[in-house]
Design a protein around this ligand. Structure first.
Ligand code: ZN
Length: 202
């Protein structure tokens, strides 16, 4: 169902780049990179789990048509592809959409956060206060961290992208991983058994 209060249900025709059977594609009005586009399911849903498999496929089919053109226009075949599900994940328009952000080498070097860090560093360089010294190296570290594209979407938790370079920030958690794997397998097995039987599984 279309929602009259939803920006994506009511997307003006002039903004629509491509329309597929299940999804439409438009450029973000607040692009974080040139040609940053979104593939939006026709149906108003907030979460991926509310879509049928053919609708999910439709989102990617539509996106790939535009992806191919953007690769030529923007001169890169590299993208971050991501979707935010729910307010806790930072979703601002409650109509699911998948972002496609074209990426170029070194494109983080002038990002807003880097500019702030550089500004503060300049300020510190004009002061001779000794207590500023440890902060200067902290700022160098932050600049290094936020200009490093390694890990891509892992950086939605800022600084968590490069687990190889910063193992102290992002420790390996094999024990937890095995626990989650066992738990998940157990529930999946129970669900499979339950679906084959009328006897409730405990
Ligand atoms: Zn909507």
């Amino acid at each position: 169902m279309e929602r009259s209060d939803c920006a994506f249900c009511k997307l003006p025709e002039k903004r629509i780049v491509y329309r597929g059977e299940y999804a439409k594609v438009a450029y973000s009005l607040w692009p974080i990179e040139n040609y940053h586009f979104m593939s939006i399911p026709k149906r108003h849903v907030e979460l991926l789990s509310e879509l049928k498999p053919e609708e999910i496929l439709g989102i990617f089919e539509a996106a790939l048509k535009v992806n191919e053109v953007v690769s030529v226009l923007n001169g890169t075949k590299y993208f971050n592809t991501l979707l935010n599900q729910g307010p806790a994940a930072g979703q601002t328009v409650p109509h699911l959409h998948v972002h496609f952000v074209p990426r170029l080498d070194g494109d983080l070097k002038d990002s807003p956060l880097v500019q702030v860090v550089r500004g503060v560093k300049l300020l510190f360089n004009t002061t001779s206060v000794e207590s500023a010294e440890p902060l200067k190296s902290e700022l160098d570290f932050i600049e290094e961290l936020v200009t490093d594209p390694t890990g891509g979407v892992r950086n939605v938790i800022p600084g968590m992208g490069n687990y190889k370079k910063y193992p102290e920030l992002i420790p390996k958690r094999e024990e937890d991983v095995m626990k989650w794997t066992d738990e998940t397998r157990k529930v999946l097995r129970e669900k499979a058994i339950a679906s084959q039987s009328k006897v409730p599984v405990r």
